[in-house]
Design a protein around this ligand. Sequence first.
Ligand code: BTN
Length: 249
Amino acid sequence: MRNVILGEPLLKLASVDSTNSYAVSLLRKDDVTEGTVILADHQSHGKGQGGNRWFSDAGLNLLFSIILKPVFLMAERQFYLSMCISLGMVDYFKSINIPAFVKWPNDILLNRKKVAGILIENTVLGQNLYNTVVGIGLNVNQKLFHEDLPIATSLSLETGRDHDISEVLNRILYCLNLRINTLYAEELIEIRTAYLNNLWLLNEWARFSDHSGFFEGRIADITETGELVVIHRNGQVMEYGFKEIVFPL
Ligand code: BTN
């Protein structure tokens, strides 16, 4: 089993287009050490999921990317990596006594509001993953959010005080490291069980919508490849991919 050490080295940038794009360009040019972390105070073109942008006020939040080389992991199992990252983030909040949940697939919620987003970019060689860039944006000390983001929150809004950003990073890297090493030890059943135990709305009836409109359903499971399994009130069981289901606010 391999062990990764996250944050060695740690590259600190004042401003960059996107820490994920920077990490991808490093991987193209050099032989980069696994576990390298790229941290920025500001991003001019922060990338979010599904081609969205990630906005963050300069110097107030955590914006970083981690380079991993999970070459043992089959590409069809890449959701296990996503689960580990989500779990590491939830572990961090729990370690400071703040209840946190994962909103499928990998948004981190405090008080039903999004505090952190994760963007994972993989390259595949044959059937396995080759290089991975894990990008994480965590709202730390920002208190005002754009009106298009009414369901955003930050660590400072939830705790009522400002936080030292580098201390938050160190603690998060510690929590992520533990979870990533469980992946590298191929503890897949434990990872999936822990993910389900921390999943927002698991087994609760709620009002979702999909391509055919609103419906009442309950999240029952996730598939091996990360689709969300939802049981409708009429008994129908559906599997949803990313962006195929909308959650209640
Ligand atoms: C999401 O849409 O929820 C994912 C957001 C991911 C944002 C982070 S910020 C650091 C890293 N660099 C990027 O350009 N994006 C990720």
